[in-house]
Ligand binder design. Structure first.
Ligand SMILES: [Mg+2]
Length: 170
């Protein structure tokens, strides 16, 4: 139906995108917004603290934290930075629960490993199942598995602090 791939080189379109989201939220009420931790919250903690406070507390939207690592290992990051969230999702925890073939003795490093497609598709499956309207993430490779109903917003490695306030009005 509608799917916007936003890259920050397209900053000039932020106003148009705001209008799309604003009219969309008027139509459907409260929104469901997803945020990745690594490369997003841990890179721009002050900005996402302000954004999530505005979204979850002031506007009563749902804020979903999506991460690769086990939630117990990584929950301290959003909590220490004062991020306001209503839900959380871990790729590792979810795949362990549903029985995806995984192993933790890989010579490439510590932690759980799995088939790459199983890993990359997980956030898209969660966004579709839970009706998320957008996901802020620093890894474009997740975008190919996003449902058309979810706007995939790539958070850049630098420069997000210059215009993050544009997203306050979601
Ligand atoms: Mg990331």
């Amino acid at each position: 139906m509608w799917c916007l791939y936003l890259y920050h080189r397209f900053c000039c379109n932020v106003k148009k995108i705001q209008l799309v989201f604003y009219s969309f939220s008027l139509t459907i009420g409260n929104m469901k917004i997803g945020i990745d931790i690594h490369g997003c919250i841990d890179l721009y903690p002050e900005q996402f603290r302000e954004l999530t406070h505005q979204w979850a507390v002031v506007r009563n939207h749902e804020v979903h934290i999506l991460t690769g690592q086990s939630w117990e290992e990584v929950r301290h990051v959003p909590e220490e930075h004062g991020i306001v969230f209503t839900h959380h999702f871990s790729i590792v925890d979810w795949n362990l629960r549903k029985g995806t073939p995984m192993w933790n003795d890989d010579p490439r490093g510590d932690g759980w490993w799995m088939n790459e497609t199983s890993w990359l598709i997980s956030k898209g499956v969660y966004c579709k199942a839970n009706g998320l309207y957008c996901l802020f993430d620093d890894s474009p490779e997740y975008g190919q598995y996003m449902p058309k109903s979810c706007c995939f917003i790539v958070v850049p490695k630098e420069g997000f602090e210059r215009y993050y306030h544009a997203w306050l009005s979601l």
